[in-house]
Design a protein around this ligand. Structure first.
Ligand code: NAD
Ligand code: ZN
Length: 359
């Protein structure tokens, strides 16, 4: 199997590294008044400890992003159009937040230089030109969006990433201090995204030595955080989870996600359920595919007393279930990875609907 992947160009890691961001950006400003666009999760609007340290200079744009809804193609197009109208082409874009804000920054970087709506570029290698300089600063750990080559967007008809070499960040800043204050359930849901990435990446047909090396290490770190320690939220564990997220993302880069993500995308697209919790809802019912990993997941849920919504299907009608199954079945690359090239022999829409009915 031939793979030839682009990696993040520069990675800053360590507590306090966020304070180096100004210095890092300075090198990328062609003139002192060049414009940088900061997309920042609006949860930080009320957190002076981070808000006051965002290195915004004279001509920069700072946009507070509400992530109650996951990023959309419409949102990306609007940010691009507004900034181009008011400032012209910026020198760079920085996403400070979770997977939602980082994906927004990655996608908008590409759309500054590619014409038309971002809906045109949802898929693999559809983007025509490199985007502008882009930086990711994660503030919650698990998605691996800081290192992955995709920027997942919800569009009018599909939830699908803009995936190409140019999507990958030019720079990431991994500062575990930024993880302070994440809500407990959200910490678990996003953390489990990493756990599930590893399980899916290593159990499908596209697994290989690279994906397994990163995946097993990330899984080991997840277990240290969520199973073996009494205080999952200790400083040491926050550091481990930040690195696990990065490695889980790399494991995926060399492999693919599987059944849980396909089902999760259906939940997100039809009911706007956020990625992390949607994964947990789906994974909870996938013992027939992921066996002992699902038992281990249940142990972690119980240990941390996390609320995973159940019996949701009691509220769904047949149309809802059909719509989710339709979203899921189109994600052929995930089924191909999970069950092999002949996946249609073991999977049809009815089997997918069966999983949704259990949720
Ligand atoms: P998120 O970015 O949606 O944020 C979840 C919640 O955590 C929000 O309420 C946010 O305000 C809050 N939050 C973030 N940092 C915080 C902090 N330090 N303190 C307090 N609250 C904080 O969550 P996520 O799970 O990181 O990202 C989900 C998104 O990532 C989805 O859109 C999903 O599609 C995408 N994703 C992308 C990839 C990829 O490879 N590009 C992989 C997986 C998921
Ligand atoms: Zn995921």
């Amino acid at each position: 199997m031939f793979k030839n992947f682009k990696s993040v160009t520069k990675t800053a890691y360590g507590r306090g590294s966020f304070d180096k961001l100004d210095e890092i950006l300075e090198e990328k400003r062609p003139t002192p008044d060049a414009c940088m666009v900061f997309l920042v999760d609006d949860v930080f609007q009320s957190k002076p400890g981070v808000k006051d340290r965002i290195p915004v200079r004279g001509n920069d744009v700072l946009l507070w992003i509400n992530v109650a809804k996951e990023p959309t193609t419409e949102q990306v197009d609007k940010i691009r159009d507004d900034v181009l109208r008011d400032k012209g082409l910026p020198a760079g874009i920085i996403g400070i937040g979770g997977g939602s804000v980082m994906d927004l920054a990655k996608a908008t970087s590409l759309m500054f230089t590619n014409e038309g709506s971002s809906t045109l570029y949802q898929g693999l290698n559809l983007v025509k030109k490199p985007g502008i300089y882009h930086v990711g600063v994660p503030t919650i750990s698990g998605t691996g969006a800081e290192v992955s080559m995709t920027a997942v967007l919800t569009g009018p008809t599909k939830k699908l990433g803009l995936k190409c070499d140019w999507t990958v960040f030019d720079q990431i800043v991994l500062d575990p201090d930024l993880l302070d204050g994440v809500d407990r359930n959200q910490w678990f849901y996003t953390g489990m995204d990493c756990y599930i990435h590893c399980v899916e990446s290593m159990t499908g047909t596209q697994k290989n030595t690279f994906s397994e090396a990163y995946g097993w290490k990330a899984l080991e770190l997840c277990k240290e955080v969520f199973l073996d320690s009494d205080n999952g939220r200790s400083k040491e564990n926050e550091e481990k989870l930040m690195v696990a997220s990065y490695m889980g993302g790399l494991s995926l880069t060399y492999s693919e996600v599987g059944v849980c993500h396909a089902l999760s995308y259906g939940l997100s697209k039809i009911f706007d359920i956020h990625h992390g919790i949607a994964n947990c809802i789906a994974f909870n019912q996938l013992k027939d595919v992921y066996g002992d990993f699902v038992d281990e997941f249940h142990t972690m849920v119980e240990k941390h007393k996390i609320d995973i919504p159940k019996n949701l299907s009691a509220q769904w009608n047949e149309e809802d279930i059909d719509a989710m199954a339709e979203v899921a079945i189109k994600l052929e690359h995930m089924w191909n990875h999970a069950f092999g090239a002949n996946w249609k022999k073991v999977l049809d829409k009815d089997r997918i609907k069966g999983w949704y009915r259990k949720m």
